[in-house]
Design a protein around this ligand. Sequence first.
Ligand code: CA
Length: 248
Amino acid sequence: MDASPETRESDNAPAKAPERSPVPRTILIVEDERAVRRLLRMILENEGYRCVEADTCQEGLLQAGQCRPDVILLDLGLPDGDGAALVERIREWSDVPILILSVRDREEEKVRALDLGADDYVTKPFGVQELLARIRATLRRAANARETPVFRSEELVIDFVAREVYAHGQKVHLTATEYALLVLLAKYPGRVLTHSFLLRNVWGPAYEKEVHYLRVYMARLREKIEKDPTRPCLLLTEPGIGYRLEAP
Ligand code: CA
């Protein structure tokens, strides 16, 4: 690897000719299997995305900095290290959405990558429509993430300033812990948050393993905000991983 990470072109970049709108979104594909990369590129370019490829962690890190992608698709098994470590490195300076491409027998690695700040995952072999839907959802979330004081979906409204919650048009009374849990989920709408992330941030680092706390509190929250708590459509379970709040 001889590319110098020092080279930055932002200072003297000449004004570019106005681009066609919408400006194509750039997707960085970090994947060591050439056939998968080519397939992804074909699918994504067909949808109007611009693609940049990397086949190692090191190259992925370099490209994440140089081409400033709108989304990163990241394989976890890379020849020079594991993708979760790359998530950690990228999160030191960037909030770029990261979508994990995982295989079924590497659950632990997937959880670790989510814990370190990856946004979502698709399991290989993935369906094209599912992948595209996840990418669109990820892009939408990133666009909406600009700190708004209110979470608003059809069924659920959270006013972070007044600390008030409305479900299906009715005001809901939550305990401090229930509220903290819901607000944490609402800060990352649509994104799966791992058990340990939720426990650490709501109860504290000493409670990271107390998954049963979460089960109890999620059940209570569902009682209060779901129309049918036995068939939740707002607070969704990701078995073995964590929970997500359905995005608006
Ligand atoms: Ca691989």
